[in-house]
Ligand binder design. Structure first.
Ligand code: ZN
Length: 299
């Protein structure tokens, strides 16, 4: 990069740029800058969760680069330098740290004036250059998202057809569904959302990770079967416990453990009451989890 002005093709990470205005001051401390950058924003949680880095931008210049670890509802942010800040309802903020040197050096101090058109934006997702210098417009992004959703629906319909054509018992059907689901797009979406990790314990090897439905396949409509909000990505251990109703989660993503699991089992199966889902739950997650708590947990 010769110029100090970033071009679309310079962007190689998934980034959200936050524009700071009056709240920015020269000579702010590191923590003050971090706190005003990370919240509170009216982002779409699902979209935001697909982003890896955040830019702190003031007057077109990138003041700092953060690696995002998780998004939280704004009221849980605990911004120590802004104890009295107003927290608008339904907004979110991130927890993270200053990006690793390589990424930080690449972007810090550069200008985003060619990427973020001047005007009224508070935050902006910086598009990755998809194909030679082509910056997808809003319609293209929406169409791409739609086509992924359609692919998942198609995949689900295929599995449904296959299952109804088979004259086998429910347990065997379930086994086939699990295999099919874990070969397809639904799992790809969950791998992306949970960054290739068990959403509960962080086990990382994608070979082990299982895509499972929160509201079970057999009880879901086609639309629910293909809804990524109805899925968790888990290691085999936690997947089994969740599937069999030994564990579930409250609306904050905190684990609820069945009394049927003895202390001894809890140790061996790696569950304890401090665990929670790594990502902040979406409204969709909460809807399906309600079903799980009422119909699967402890049954
Ligand atoms: Zn796990």
């Amino acid at each position: 990069m010769n110029s100090n002005v970033l071009k679309n093709e310079d962007i190689t990470e998934n980034i959200i740029a936050f524009k700071l205005t009056k709240s920015y001051k020269e000579n702010m401390t590191e923590t003050e800058l971090y706190d005003i950058t990370r919240g509170c924003w009216g982002v779409n949680l699902e979209r935001a969760q697909s982003v890896d880095y955040a830019f702190s931008v003031y007057k077109d210049t990138i003041k700092e680069v953060y690696k995002i670890e998780e998004w939280l509802p704004a009221e849980k942010l605990q911004r120590t330098t802004l104890p009295d800040a107003e927290v608008p309802e339904g907004t979110y903020g991130f927890k993270g740290k200053i990006a690793e040197k390589e990424i930080r050096d690449k972007y810090k101090g550069k200008s985003v004036k060619n990427l973020c058109k001047p005007g009224q934006y508070n935050f902006k997702y910086l598009p990755l250059p998809s194909s030679q210098n082509h910056v997808p417009n809003k319609d293209e992004i929406i169409n791409k998202e739609k086509s992924v959703i359609n692919q998942v629906i198609e995949e689900v319909q295929k599995i449904e057809e296959e299952i109804t054509s088979l004259n086998i018992d429910e347990e065997s059907k379930k086994a086939i569904v699990n295999v099919r689901i874990n070969q397809g797009k639904f799992r790809d979406l969950l791998l992306k959302r949970y960054k290739n990790k068990c959403c509960l314990c962080g086990v990382k090897n994608p070979k082990f990770l299982i895509a499972s439905h929160i509201k079970p396949w057999a009880e879901s409509e086609t639309k629910e079967k293909s809804d990524v909000n109805n899925g968790f990505l888990m290691c085999p251990n936690h997947d089994k416990l969740f599937d069999k109703g030994y564990i579930t989660f409250d609306d904050d993503g905190k684990i609820i453990i069945s009394d049927r699991l003895t202390e001894n089992n809890r140790v061996f199966l790696n569950v304890d009451s401090k665990m929670h889902i790594e990502l902040t739950l979406t409204e969709g997650n909460k809807k399906y989890l309600k079903f799980h708590r009422e119909n699967i947990f402890n049954r």
